[in-house]
Design a protein around this ligand. Structure first.
Ligand code: DC
Length: 231
């Protein structure tokens, strides 16, 4: 059987991690897992249950109901992509909206939430042949990953990418609001106590501010070939 890798892609929000990770997974015929979608789904659950708002957070309430939160990735043949389901409902669109984006950093700081997500992510990775993107994949979830990439790009470029993505999905937002949200999330992601965003010592840095997806693929193909065949 051919060798299968675990590929961990971490980095700042909206620097194109998921586009890149999906392209790699497609090329290698691997499974792609968007770990951010899992934190977003927990956030949506907390919002629906009234556990989080602008000025309140009911942490015990969320922890108590973690066992009732079921997250799945279901393939949609129409768009040839996996979509996020929360307790059997398709929440793909809702979890990308501004409301979830503005609360998700607070939810992802809860130790018990992180422990549960890491447990699920490791279960998915057990058979290898996986590309997972997030903030702590190379540092915490798969510290022994075969390939770790740490992605970054200039703030304005990231804000423009997220804005274009939201608009293309028909979600109405202001550019400035998206930019502010990205800056705020960078700060919380880097400064939280548990599993803060940081580059793993053995991760390779990819700044894609001025790179197309195809240029990134050319870059990564050589690295993957080395990992798979040693040449
Ligand atoms: O990748 P994203 O922007 O969809 O992630 C949403 C949030 O989830 C992000 O603000 C930080 C959090 N997250 C995390 O804490 N750990 C991960 N592995 C993935 C995402």
């Amino acid at each position: 059987m051919s060798k299968k890798l675990i590929i961990a892609i971490d980095g700042y929000s909206s620097c194109g991690k998921s586009t890149f990770a999906k392209a790699i997974a497609k090329e290698l015929n691997y499974i792609y897992i968007d770990s951010g979608a899992m934190y977003r789904a927990v956030t949506l659950y907390a919002m629906r249950r009234g556990f989080i708002g602008t000025d309140f957070l009911n942490t015990p309430g969320i922890i108590n109901e973690l066992k009732d939160i079921h997250i799945e990735f279901v393939h949609n043949p129409d768009i040839m992509e996996f979509e996020t389901y929360l307790n059997s409902g398709n929440v793909e669109r809702e979890i990308r909206g501004v409301a979830v984006s503005s609360y998700v950093s607070r939810i992802s700081q809860i130790a018990e939430v992180r422990a549960r997500m890491v447990e699920l992510q490791r279960q998915i990775g057990v058979f290898k042949g996986i590309v997972m993107d997030g903030r702590d994949i190379g540092t915490v979830v798969f510290p022994d990953a075969d390939l770790k990439i740490f992605m970054t790009a200039a703030t304005d470029i990231r804000a423009k990418r997220r804005y274009d993505e939201l608009i293309s999905k028909g979600i109405q937002v202001e550019f400035d609001e998206v930019r502010k949200n990205i800056i705020a999330r960078d700060i919380t992601d880097e400064n939280r106590d548990i599993s803060p965003l940081r580059k793993a010592d053995d991760a390779i840095v990819l700044d894609n501010s001025r790179m197309t997806v195809e240029e990134q693929m050319v870059w990564v193909r050589r690295i993957i070939q080395k990992k798979l065949h040693g040449s």
